[in-house]
Design a binder for this molecule. Structure first.
Ligand code: NDP
Ligand code: HSE
Length: 432
């Protein structure tokens, strides 16, 4: 048996406490799998006096000096489950440059400073693993990073935020309004105390950036991701999607398009209508799922719990076993692959489809005037449906695919037409 692999745990909250429990409860199995015991030599937290329940760990290991712990000579691997960009970036860069391997669940940091961390890992000859950063327990990044490296990924479509999926699923199943559904998500402990990052799509955008970087061998940062949240999705939108055999999901979409000099990728997060027959439509509650399409492999679906202490800790432990084995064998996993450096298309260039709900006056010539606006922007209409009559008429128009800029310009011009009383909603349509 080799000497223990010595771990510095930065953070001991929802995820960190479960990492401690799993390391304790599964110590014998983990030792057998790695070939050496995994031993925590220090735990950095913000508040030493915080009640941590009956954690199976020596209280003397706790410190508030995360940087000091990450730099200690007797540390082999740093596990970061604190979150946020700084000071986590400083701790991990220091650790990686000095040759310590890092396992992190920090999506915000990876989406902002992933390149900096990968460069530091290459400099220090260390491993950087981050399976838990996207979709919690679901083994997803390792398949993208390793199993699918012989293939060409075309598209990644995912539900990667549990809170918003819970809200949209309960709006769909019970007819609840947005505020009511979010309140329930908060009561059940899915949403953060401040759910802004969830409902405004920032959390999903960070995960989209990480997924796109791995899928397309290109550095993508959170700021490169087009983002819309779910705050504008109404009960009426959900009901009208239902009437069309669809449901609304907050999707993350990363896709490759074009050839030669035209090659590029698009990465976006926004609510979209998808048909109920689509594999992602049945993903309910706070679950996550990611649908990967690759040229040779075809369609692959990854599904499971995307959040929570124990599921996320499971992914952290999987990474820990991998880096510990690498340290024992004196090897290192392949580093970042960013050779493709594909152009990231602005949202205006992306081919999308819209469903537009218009309140109009029901009189002769209205439809022709509305259709004329679509024609002016070269946007082809797929279906038109009317409900109500007279002053209460509503038109539901679904387009064929067109550049998002043309669709947005069409909506703007429709808004200015006298015969259009209001644009009740605009939703993108995906997955058909
Ligand atoms: P928590 O807020 O529950 O825990 C954060 C921990 O970090 C706490 O132990 C806190 O100390 C400690 N901490 C905060 N600031 C400092 C500091 N300056 N120095 C030292 N320690 C500090 O977060 P989570 O466990 O929920 O999340 C951790 C990471 O995992 C984040 O990156 C998150 O995005 C990611 N993640 C979380 C998931 C989840 O379901 N919770 C799912 C997937 C990823 P103290 O205990 O004293 O407050
Ligand atoms: N707030 C996130 C979610 C946690 O709801 O999915 C997991 O990253």
């Amino acid at each position: 048996m080799s000497r223990p692999i010595r771990l510095a745990l930065l953070g001991c909250g929802t995820v960190g406490a479960e990492v401690v429990r799993l390391l304790h409860d599964q110590a014998a199995d983990l030792t057998a799998r790695v070939g050496a015991p995994l031993s925590i030599v220090g735990i950095a937290v913000r508040r030493l006096g915080r009640d941590r329940g009956r954690l199976p760990v020596d209280p003397a290991l706790f410190t508030t000096d995360a940087l000091g712990l990450a730099k200690r000579d007797d540390v082999d691997v740093v596990v970061e489950v604190v979150g946020g960009v700084e000071p986590a970036r400083t701790w991990l860069v220091e650790a990686l440059r000095s040759g310590k391997s890092v396992v992190t669940a920090n999506k915000a940091l990876l989406a902002e400073e992933g390149g900096t961390l990968h460069d530091a890992a290459a400099e220090g000859g260390a491993d950087l693993y981050f399976e838990a950063a996207v979709a919690g327990a679901i083994p997803l990044l390792r398949p993208l990073r390793e199993s699918l490296h012989g293939d060409r990924i075309v598209r990644v479509t995912g539900i990667v935020n549990g809170t918003t999926n819970f809200v949209l699923s309960s709006m769909d199943s019970s007819g609840a309004g947005y505020a009511e559904a979010l309140e329930e998500a908060t009561e059940l402990g899915y949403a953060e105390a401040d759910p802004t990052a969830d409902v405004e799509g920032f959390d999903a955008a960070a995960k989209a950036a990480i997924l796109a970087s791995l899928a397309f061998h290109t550095r993508v940062r959170a700021g490169d991701v087009y983002r819309e949240g779910i705050t504008e999705v109404s009960a009426a939108d959900v009901a009208s999607a239902k009437e069309m055999g669809c449901t609304i999901k907050l999707l993350c979409l990363a896709e490759r398009s074009g050839e030669g000099a035209e090659r590029g990728i698009s990465v976006r997060v926004h609510p979209a209508m998808i048909p109920r027959s689509h594999p992602l439509a049945s993903v309910g509650d706070a679950f996550n799922a990611v649908f990967v399409e690759a040229e040779a492999a075809g369609q692959l679906m990854f599904y499971g719990r995307g959040a929570g202490g124990a599921p996320t800790a499971s992914a952290v432990l999987g990474d820990l076993v991998a880096v510990a084995r690498n340290r024992l064998s004196g090897s290192r996993a392949a580093g970042e692959s960013n050779y493709a450096a594909l152009r990231i298309r602005p949202m205006g260039e992306v081919q999308t489809r819209y469903q537009i709900r218009l309140e109009v006056s029901d009189r002769a010539g209205v439809l022709a005037a509305v259709a004329g606006v679509f024609a002016q922007h070269d946007v082809s209409i797929a279906t038109v449906r009317q409900s109500g009559r007279g002053a209460d008429a509503t038109l539901f128009i679904v387009t064929h695919t067109a550049p998002d800029a043309a669709l947005a310009a069409t909506v703007e011009q429709l808004r200015r037409l006298d015969i259009v009383r209001s644009i009740a909603s605009v939703l993108r349509v995906e997955g058909e």
